[in-house]
Ligand binder design. Structure first.
Ligand code: UDX
Length: 429
């Protein structure tokens, strides 16, 4: 049977999932309560920057397989399988996850589910949410939990070629439907489990990745005091296949819409369950300290105070190949310098519009050269390839640079006359 699908919530996850399912040949109806967003999506306008997704969206619309609506009635009547792709941000004034968007979507959809159907949660939720939601559904509607693991910048790739599929189900029939849905992806390792395990896989994975990053950044703190080099340390550690090189990149630490809020929400939920995961608070604290350290290093390079100083900032997105500025370490650093009286000039290849809207107090530059010209110090805060590939000799200016992502070649910059400093590395590497 060719199931008809709806995708509720058209954020990063929802748009990607909807467009990818349409690309697999399914008829897909995306739903969002944001009228402007839905209008834009139906015209092929992508509200985010994501490699390959714009083409997939247009192809889906042109084939007639994909369209978007604001009507829950239409979604209920259309779909056999309904994917929940809503955001679960950090709760205002707390660290737990705010699941109100998921709750509202289920409440709005349920009255229109008049025939047997499967509701599939993909959002990242506190463990226990699926069981609660399932208990409120009518008997002809089933629930499954099927977490997503997509990375921004690789969202399409991660959806069409996932490392694994996790199915939290309460019946064989739900498993059968989901196996059939994902069959076009080919032979993907699939873990079939209960709701709670499926919910936990997602937060446990993100907590592990965050811990790995903070681990190497804690080593960077030690290196700074001991006169050691964290870049060589992580290279050497990474050759041990039990440890591995990935996510052992030291520097400014993690940001974005997932890792920071997921570890906080996980710690909050673990507290409620009476199993405190206190180490996650230290993971968070190490991560925050790296941002302070970048500011300290830049301040040192301009002689102890930012007052009256011009500061060039390369990067605003929380990571390269994204225009996402949620919890961006780069903008956090830029703001801290601005607050200390520095005149900040930020350049980013994709995130400038988002940054300007969110932080109009900062200065922005239309190019790398405009950001670095006249700067007393330059900070590389997001490792876009454009910055990694910079030829310092061709810039025509020299100054000091803080390589907060350990992404540049120190020798090139020094040879070109720059003062080069990095996090977790000796002053003269
Ligand atoms: C993450 C998870 O990787 C993904 O599986 C999950 O579904 C959502 O959260 P994403 O937020 O897109 O994805 O970013 P990711 O590539 O994981 O990077 C997160 C942050 O860690 C970025 O700020 C990045 O700069 C930082 N990072 C990553 C490091 O500081 N060092 C590293 O070695 C790797």
């Amino acid at each position: 049977m060719r199931y008809r699908m709806t995708v509720i919530g058209t954020g990063y996850l929802g748009i990607t999932h909807a467009a990818c399912m349409a690309a697999l040949g399914y008829e897909v109806l995306g739903l969002d309560i944001d009228v402007d967003k839905v209008r834009g999506l139906n015209q092929g306008t992508l509200p985010i920057y994501e490699e390959g997704l714009g083409d997939l969206l247009k192809a889906g619309l042109e084939s007639g397989k994909l369209r978007f609506t604001t009507s829950y009635q239409e979604a209920g009547e259309f779909g056999d399988v309904h994917f929940l792709c809503l955001g679960t941000p950090q709760r205002a004034g707390g660290s737990a996850a705010d699941v109100s968007q998921v709750d509202s979507a289920v409440a709005a959809l349920t009255p229109w589910l008049t025939r047997p159907s499967l509701v599939v949660g993909k959002s990242t939720v506190p463990v226990g949410t699926a069981r609660r939601l399932a208990s409120g559904l009518p008997s002809h509607v089933e629930l499954a939990w099927n977490p997503e693991f997509l990375r921004e910048g690789f969202a399409v790739e991660d959806t069409l070629h996932p490392d694994r599929i996790v199915l939290g189900v309460a019946s064989d029939s739900a498993e059968r439907v989901l196996r059939e849905v994902y069959a076009p992806l080919g032979d993907v390792p699939t873990v079939v489990t209960d709701y709670a395990t499926a919910e936990l896989v997602k937060v446990a994975a993100n907590a592990f990745l965050a811990t790995k990053i903070s681990y190497i950044n804690a080593m960077a703190e030690v290196c700074e005091v001991a006169g050691a080099d964290v870049v060589q340390l992580s290279e050497a550690l990474g050759y041990d296949t039990r440890i591995g090189r990935r996510f052992l990149g030291s520097g400014l630490g993690f940001g974005g819409g997932c890792l920071p809020k997921d570890i906080r929400a996980f710690a909050a939920r673990a507290d409620e369950l009476g199993v405190p995961l206190t180490f996650l608070r230290e993971v968070d604290a190490i991560n925050t300290r790296r941002r302070h350290r970048a500011v300290d290093l830049a301040r040192e390079l301009v002689g102890g105070s930012f007052a009256g100083r011009t500061v060039g900032v390369l990067g605003a997105a929380f990571k390269p190949n994204s225009d996402d500025i949620r919890d961006s370490p780069a903008l956090d650093v830029a703001l801290a310098i601005h607050r200390e009286g520095g005149s900040v000039s930020v350049y980013d290849p994709a995130a400038l519009d988002n940054a300007r809207k969110a932080y109009p107090v900062l200065g922005y530059a239309p190019s790398v050269l405009d950001a670095v010209r006249g700067a007393d110090v330059v900070l590389l805060l997001t490792e876009w390839q454009e910055f990694v590939d910079l030829d310092p000799a061709s810039l025509g200016v020299t100054s000091s640079i803080v390589d907060a992502r350990n992404a540049l070649n120190p020798t090139h910059w020094r040879t070109a006359g720059w003062t080069y400093r990095a996090l977790g590395r000796p002053a003269l590497v």
